[in-house]
Design a protein around this ligand. Structure first.
Ligand SMILES: [Zn+2]
Length: 95
């Protein structure tokens, strides 16, 4: 007769025992061998995760926070602005 505690069941069925992750557990039939479609990190998802277009936990977190990607966009905008101002000054001095 098998005796299973709730903790072992939870950690066996979920990659994240805290319950934050939406990803499926990796099993022999469903190995974690697919790359994340967002960040391209290998072995982040199982075939069952890829089907409904999941991404890895890190990308999901970043998307929920609106985090790094927006920051990157802001920095790119600032860089373009600085380059544009520098270009205008250079053009003015050349005249
Ligand atoms: Zn990812």
């Amino acid at each position: 007769m098998f005796r299973r505690t709730t903790t072992t069941t939870a950690s066996a069925s979920s990659p994240d025992p805290g319950g934050r992750s939406a990803l499926r557990a990796a099993t022999k039939k469903n190995p974690r061998n697919r790359p994340c479609p967002t960040c391209g990190e290998p072995n982040r998802l199982t075939p069952k995760d890829v089907a409904p277009r999941y991404q890895c936990d890190e990308c999901a977190d970043a998307q929920e926070r609106g985090g790094c990607y927006t920051m990157y966009e802001v920095l790119t905008d600032i860089l373009v602005l600085v380059l544009w101002v520098a270009f205008c000054k250079m053009f003015d001095e050349a005249r």
